[in-house]
Write a protein that binds this ligand. Structure first.
Ligand code: SF4
Length: 491
């Protein structure tokens, strides 16, 4: 399996294989149901959960509305604290910046703490092309990297693997990347964790460059925050001499006080913990401790385009807790790979088509990878109405492309796709504007109803293959009205 998502087929084809894989479905079902139940308990303990959720939504909305101001403030704060800020418009620019910064250190390997942003831009592959090896240090990311696999969950990237599979990957691959797996390694969690710990420890102690993302950035002080559960983040953030953090511009919070809300909602929503085991915060550099050089690469990569859509922009509130994945009936069956992005599940279905546009098969199909049941919205700690955005994106796909600007107004690009659907809508508009023609058509449909096909022809075939076509009544509604009520026709 390739390590990237480039050239993925559309969601239905990608999901077909996963749905047929019984082991994968079993792994996913077990994992998502376990996390889901724990989260429910952890959330129920908090009496003001609804208020916290609303506070999170408001803080994020306020920040996004004034993003320009807070980003400038953040840059000033980071610079004043001894850091250097770089601006990257897209993935290529971000990769170029990081590769240059690593080259300036003279190093050919880096340690990484789990970061969605660096996966989004394909940083590991870009560094490899420059002769730099990036070592993932989060346990699940290590499993994915050693297995030449792709992440399939935001929080638990190797959720699709069971313990036996992980043991086999460790035994087979660890030696090629550094310290090999211990002799006789079994699939018990303690032994697997110890094998990973020994393998990673030598990398932490050798590394001179660390690369991270961040969960939050505080504009008023220039502080970055990483929350994690294994302690590998703390190692990556403190041991190397140079630290490079690649962070999406939407991860900003105005003040320390705002952090209070998210440090309550994030752990409970993601790992079902009251507080997460490791919360690392750093502000620029100090002479006595930690990295001597700190670089912050602020990543746009489609975020300002997303911000321009008044419905779709709520996706930028996401704090990557993954609660929506764990309750999604589509994710549970299809798994994360089918979403063709580092952002799988419901949030991926609304984020990827906005960050990347809806031109490719996979991105145009993602807004349909949902039953619109709304479970994702119910659990989201920042109240992102994912079904609303999905419908908005379906509209965009049908209309034929990404949003475009008209002055300050955001409008849909002129229609060019889904010709059959548009032709049907035009025919309906014509008929509804002509009562006589509509009446004649309804009568004709009633009289010929025994001759109607059970499935639709042409482009409608896929729709009717899994649905019963509604039966046409023997008597049109207007005729029934006149017969039973007499006099005038119903209007
Ligand atoms: S959309 Fe909401 S529930 Fe899903 S990962 Fe983001 S914050 Fe969590």
């Amino acid at each position: 399996m390739s390590g990237t998502f480039v050239g993925m087929p559309a969601f239905p084809e990608a999901a077909r294989e996963a749905v047929a894989d019984r082991t994968l479905r079993g792994n996913l079902r077990h994992a998502t149901h376990t996390i889901r139940a724990k989260r429910e308990k952890a959330v129920a303990e908090v009496s003001d959960w609804a208020e916290l959720r609303e506070a999170g939504r408001r803080i994020k909305d306020h920040t996004l509305r004034h993003l320009d101001r807070y980003l400038v403030q953040l840059e000033e704060s980071v610079t004043a604290a001894g850091g250097t800020v770089h601006w990257a418009a897209d993935a290529a620019e971000a990769n170029r910046i990081v590769a240059r910064l690593v080259a300036e250190t003279g190093e050919s390997e880096v340690v990484k703490v789990k970061s969605m942003a660096t996966q989004e831009i394909g940083l590991n592959e870009a560094l490899e092309a420059e002769g730099v090896r990036a070592y993932e240090t989060d346990l699940a990311e290590l499993i994915v990297q050693l297995g030449k696999d792709r992440p399939s969950h935001i929080l638990v990237p190797a959720i699709h693997r069971n313990r036996g599979e992980i043991r086999d990957v460790f035994r087979r691959e660890m030696g090629a990347w550094g310290r090999p797996a211990p002799e006789g390694l079994t699939d018990t969690p303690a032994e697997l964790a110890e094998a990973a710990r020994l393998h990673l420890r030598e990398k932490f102690l050798r590394a001179r460059v660390g690369i991270s993302g961040a969960n939050f950035m505080i504009a008023e002080t220039g502080t970055l925050v990483v929350v994690e559960s294994e302690g590998n983040g703390r190692m990556c953030l403190t041991l190397p001499e140079t630290l490079i953090s690649v962070v999406g511009i939407e991860k900003i919070l105005p003040t320390w006080r705002d952090l209070e809300v998210f440090l309550q909602t994030l752990p409970r929503s993601s790992t079902a913990e009251r507080m997460n085991p490791y919360t690392s915060m750093w502000t620029g550099t100090t002479d006595e401790d930690g990295p001597r050089a700190f670089h912050l690469v602020l990543l746009d990569n489609g975020r300002t385009d997303t911000l321009a859509d008044e419905v779709g922009r709520q996706a930028l509130r996401c704090i990557r807790c993954s609660a929506c994945l764990n309750v999604c009936p589509v994710y549970e069956r299809a798994g994360g790979h089918a979403y063709g992005s580092v952002y799988p599940g419901p949030i991926g279905a609304i984020l990827s088509p906005q960050l990347r546009g809806t031109a490719s098969g996979i991105d145009a199909s993602l807004p349909y990878a949902s039953s619109l049941c709304g479970a994702c919205y119910e659990v989201c700690p920042v109240a992102i109405d994912i079904p609303e955005v999905l419908v908005r994106l379906r509209e965009r796909v049908v209309e034929g492309g990404p949003v475009v600007r008209d002055g300050n107004r955001v409008v849909l690009r002129p229609a060019k796709g889904h010709a059959a659907e548009r032709a049907a809508m035009r025919a309906a508009r014509w008929a509804f504007a002509r009562p006589g023609a509509l009446r004649a058509g309804q009568r004709l449909a009633s009289r010929t109803r025994r001759l109607h096909p059970r499935t639709l022809p042409g482009p409608g075939r896929a729709w009717s293959a899994t649905r019963d076509l509604p039966a046409v009544p023997a008597e049109p509604f207007r005729d029934w009205w006149r017969r039973t009520r007499g006099g005038e026709e119903a209007e």
